[in-house]
Design a binder for this molecule. Structure first.
Ligand code: ATP
Ligand code: MG
Length: 331
């Protein structure tokens, strides 16, 4: 039986962080044996914010190295750069004809960007969900492992797929968010404002290339409060976030001890953060060191990209051929 097709991407906008790791990459690694996986570095998506051309290549190689350092095997999956697959912008153009200005303007991530960068509301930003739909539909993927912040974009990808199918004939399957344990992950920023991110909240985001002391400092500065005032009190989201991180990197016994202390109103956040900081350092350091090692070997990374592009183009050109035929573009 053929394996189910999976697609996901990460923008080359900076260093990867714990949100990318727990929201996306950890799932990629878990999926690589049982699915037909296409994972890509989204360099076109990074262009919405006009990065310095000199920065693009190091960013792309860094995302690649950090993915491999996190456990992704380029022999098992197609690991490629979005701009190496020209079929993606071709499908994006086709889907743009089925996407409406009104629905694109209503997307919350678009509205956020308009608020944050009112001087750069470009059409690429508006049609971001269309390009994302093309990234997924180009392989006719059914499963998409992404963090919670991307759920709405995926719903739009399903809408575009259905619109294409009803206009031109059944062709694209409906892609679904993939989650382990039925939960999508959101790692909050340590200051309690929004999510950890490559391009925002950088002082309260832990990056996979942060050195040991930076990790310690960021965790010790994480937002806490006076502590619970009654037994078994509901946790504020920034405290819940610290427990979620602890759950991910510390021994279960350690997390249980602090959770019990919280429920008994005698938790000491200073101690908890010290423990979390040490466990986080032990977790991040090997990934950081492996990524730095890989990043030095540009020849190998280039070969990996070529191999990934070949696999991705084989699948994409089939899809474009089918889509063109259905649309009547076959003279
Ligand atoms: P940018 O700020 O440039 O948008 P980003 O940190 O949001 O960067 P993306 O490249 O947009 O990263 O997303 C890559 C993947 O990581 C997506 O699957 C996204 O859902 C996931 N992701 C990003 N941030 C988080 C987070 N804080 N918690 C969980 N998942 C996240
Ligand atoms: Mg993002």
């Amino acid at each position: 039986m053929s394996k189910e097709i999976v697609v996901s991407g990460i923008r080359s906008t900076g260093h990867l962080h714990l949100g990318n790791y727990f929201g996306a990459m950890q799932n990629y690694v878990k999926m690589q044996d049982s699915y037909d996986c296409y994972f890509f570095v989204a360099d076109y998506h990074a262009l919405t914010t006009h990065p310095d051309p000199k920065e693009l290549k190091p960013s792309v190689y860094r995302v690649l190295a950090e993915n491999i350092a996190s456990g992704l095997d380029p022999e098992k999956v197609a690991l490629y750069v979005q701009s190496d697959v020209p079929e993606i912008p071709e499908l994006y153009l086709m889907l743009n004809m089925l996407a409406y200005k009104g629905e694109l303007e209503k997307v919350p991530t678009f509205k956020d960007k308009v608020r944050q960068h009112p001087d750069n509301v470009n059409a690429g930003l508006l049609t971001y969900p269309v390009l994302m739909a093309a990234d997924i539909l180009i392989h006719r993927a059914v499963k998409v492992p992404v963090g919670k912040d991307q759920e709405q974009h995926l719903e739009m990808a399903r809408n575009f797929a259905n619109r294409f199918n009803s206009r031109y004939g059944e062709f694209f399957p409906e892609p679904q968010v993939f989650r382990f344990n039925d939960e999508t992950v959101k790692i909050m920023s340590l200051d309690g404002n929004g999510k950890m991110s490559k391009s925002e909240n950088v002082n309260a985001t832990i990056f996979l290339n942060d050195d040991d002391d930076t990790i310690r400092k960021k965790i010790m500065k994480a937002k806490t409060d006076q502590g619970p005032t009654e037994a078994n009190m509901v946790m504020p989201d920034y405290i819940q976030n610290l427990f979620a991180l602890m759950n991910a990197v510390s021994n279960p016994g350690v997390t249980d001890t602090f959770r019990k202390a919280y429920n008994n109103c005698n938790v000491r956040y200073g101690d908890m953060k010290k423990q979390l900081a040490e466990d986080m350092v032990a977790f991040v350091a090997p990934i950081r060191e492996r990524a730095a090692e890989l990043n030095k070997d540009e020849d190998t990374l280039r070969k990996i990209l070529k191999m990934g592009a070949d696999k991705a183009r084989a699948s994409s050109s089939e899809t474009i051929k089918g889509a063109r035929k259905l649309m009547g573009i076959n003279y």
